[in-house]
Design a protein around this ligand. Structure first.
Ligand SMILES: *[C@@H]1O[C@H](CO)[C@@H](O)[C@H](O)[C@H]1NC(C)=O
Ligand SMILES: *[C@@H]1O[C@H](CO)[C@@H](O)[C@H](O)[C@H]1NC(C)=O
Ligand SMILES: *[C@@H]1O[C@H](CO)[C@@H](O)[C@H](O)[C@H]1NC(C)=O
Ligand SMILES: *[C@@H]1O[C@H](CO)[C@@H](O)[C@H](O)[C@H]1NC(C)=O
Ligand SMILES: *[C@@H]1O[C@H](CO)[C@@H](O)[C@H](O)[C@H]1NC(C)=O
Ligand SMILES: *[C@@H]1O[C@H](CO)[C@@H](O)[C@H](O)[C@H]1NC(C)=O
Ligand SMILES: *[C@@H]1O[C@H](CO)[C@@H](O)[C@H](O)[C@H]1NC(C)=O
Length: 351
């Protein structure tokens, strides 16, 4: 049924709006800035048609998302979502590529989500690639040259993945890449599945601690512990009542909120085998060692944690975390050292 409906949409609709003509094309691999996408339309990746971009419905009452999903496998798993956390409550959303080359998703004329490419394009085109990457580029640019993309969904992964148990295997190949401008992982299947069906290799989240930020701010999660959430040293539950009834969402706050006055008297507690906090508010210097890293962190009262950026060999480089620390996990195996600020006011106290 779905497939038939889908075929019927391989038509170019023409819609007249007073003094404005908009072409809505479905089942192409791209949209240009004269076109738009509405509920039921899809963009299919080119040339193999592995992925499609479109609106889909999840939940009751209706929650509509713009996303990318597998097209040719009956269970069409979603791999990327644009309006994460901002579902649309009916099917009247419109996706347009505006003349400066940004995708803009609107609902009742309110912008729900948009891209933010820093450069304007002459003839922008948004295109879905067979890798599952949605890219915006100038029509005359080289299709395969990532450097020329104005924006790409691969820069905005929908979800987090902390995979300490990853090792070489016959199923997929993975690679870590890092340079001055970007850091990423790639996974590619060693062989594609000829049955067009899903086979479970590994399932995530694997345990309660895998859920993003489950313990709230300034705490860490340990599956084997009971309760599984614990405040970092120097912190107390923000809402002890909620915390004690296993609602950890409020997280923990400093026992002495104004304790750091830049006296450089704070210390750092070493936590081993950790999944480090999420890195939105971080600073990186690959050329300094751990001692310098510590002194940089100490000098700034909003720096709450530090560690090596590269844990290969002896360890090198420096990452600093500012503000609240989220999504820390104490792992049963693997993980790395993490140094977390303990305010001077907490030093020498018994825990
Ligand atoms: C849907 O969302 C719009 C705002 O975008 C709101 O005005 C409207 O009341 C909502 N409708 C329902 C049925 O919740
Ligand atoms: C929910 O979505 C379905 C499928 O698009 C549609 O038939 C139904 O009318 C929608 N309901 C509401 C309340 O928007
Ligand atoms: C295109 O959309 C972006 C993001 O909403 C916006 O910043 C930009 O001004 C828009 N450009 C035009 C020409 O409307
Ligand atoms: C594409 O065309 C624009 C405008 O003519 C030009 O500025 C740009 O350099 C061209 N890009 C390439 C890759 O040829
Ligand atoms: C920092 O130094 C000032 C001045 O000596 C002192 O009053 C204050 O208590 C110190 N703060 C901490 C947290 O040690
Ligand atoms: C501390 O670091 C934050 C984040 O990098 C920065 O905004 C702030 O200005 C720094 N404070 C001092 C005193 O250097
Ligand atoms: C990390 O450190 C190892 C060992 O010193 C080194 O071989 C590797 O190139 C470093 N990786 C990066 C991304 O700097």
């Amino acid at each position: 049924m779905k497939f038939i409906r889908f075929l019927m949409r391989i038509v170019v609709y023409i819609l007249f709006v007073p003094s404005l003509m908009v072409f809505i094309a479905a089942d192409t691999s791209s949209i240009s800035h004269t076109q738009s996408l509405t509920y039921g339309d899809t963009i299919v990746s080119y040339p193999q048609g592995t992925f499609e971009l479109g609106f889909f419905n999840l939940g009751k009452p209706n929650k509509t998302y713009l996303g990318i999903r597998y097209k040719n496998i009956p269970l069409r798993n979603v791999v990327w979502v644009a309006n994460v956390g901002k579902p649309i409550n009916d099917s009247s959303a419109i996706l347009k590529l505006n003349s400066s080359g940004n995708l803009v998703l609107t609902h009742n004329n309110i912008v729900v989500w948009s891209t933010d490419s820093p450069k304007a394009a002459q003839n922008p085109v948004a295109e879905l690639l067979d890798s599952g990457n949605l890219v915006i580029r100038d029509e005359n640019s080289t299709k395969s040259n990532q450097e020329e993309y104005l924006w790409q969904s691969f820069d905005y992964p929908s979800d987090t993945i902390g995979m300490p148990e990853m090792s070489p295997n016959p199923i997929y190949h993975y690679e870590f890449f890092s340079n001055k401008e970007e850091v990423y992982y790639t996974w590619t299947l060693q062989q594609s599945n000829i049955d067009a069906s899903w086979v479970i290799y590994s399932a995530l989240p694997a345990d309660e601690c895998d859920y993003y930020g489950v313990c709230g701010a300034n705490s860490y999660c340990r599956t084997s512990a009971s309760p599984m959430c614990e405040c970092l040293q120097g912190f107390n539950p923000k809402s002890p009542e909620k915390w004690n009834s296993k609602d950890w969402s409020q997280g923990c706050v400093l026992k002495q909120p104004q304790s750091c006055k830049g006296n450089y008297t704070d210390e750092f507690d070493k936590y081993e085998g950790m999944k480090v906090p999420e890195t939105t508010h971080t600073w990186l210097d690959e050329n300094i060692d751990l001692a310098e890293c510590k002194s940089k962190c100490l000098k700034n009262c909003s720096c709450m944690a530090y560690t090596n950026s590269n844990i290969s060999g002896e360890g090198s480089g420096c990452v600093l975390w500012f503000g609240e620390l989220f999504d820390i996990v104490m792992l049963p195996t693997g993980g790395q050292d993490l140094y977390i600020r303990i305010p001077a006011s907490e030093l020498g106290k018994d825990y």
